[in-house]
Design a protein around this ligand. Structure first.
Ligand SMILES: [Zn+2]
Length: 88
């Protein structure tokens, strides 16, 4: 898991979603990068864990109706929704 954070130091956090049997991981595990342990990223990842939705599905659930070309775009729309609703 540490290699994805080494490859992308700007990556804040990752929710597992698809844990392999026998590894000890669960689909509710969340890993945070060196700069990722913030109230915003904890809330963002908690929404993934509780809903089981990826960034695009979660952004749409929170009201985003547009089209993004990269996952980071949908992640940013989730952050926008959290700001707009006074979550932090
Ligand atoms: Zn996300």
């Amino acid at each position: 898991m540490s290699t994805i954070f080494n490859d992308d130091p700007d990556l804040f956090a990752v929710t597992v979603h698809y844990a392999r049997a026998g590894t000890g991981a669960t689909n509710r595990d969340v890993y945070f990068g060196l700069n990722g342990l913030t109230p915003l990223s904890i809330l963002h990842e908690a929404l993934h864990v509780q809903t089981g939705l990826d960034d695009e599905a979660l952004a749409r659930k929170l009201g985003f109706a547009g089209k993004e070309t990269a996952d980071q775009g949908y992640s940013d729309r989730i952050i926008d929704a959290l700001h707009a609703n006074g979550c932090f």
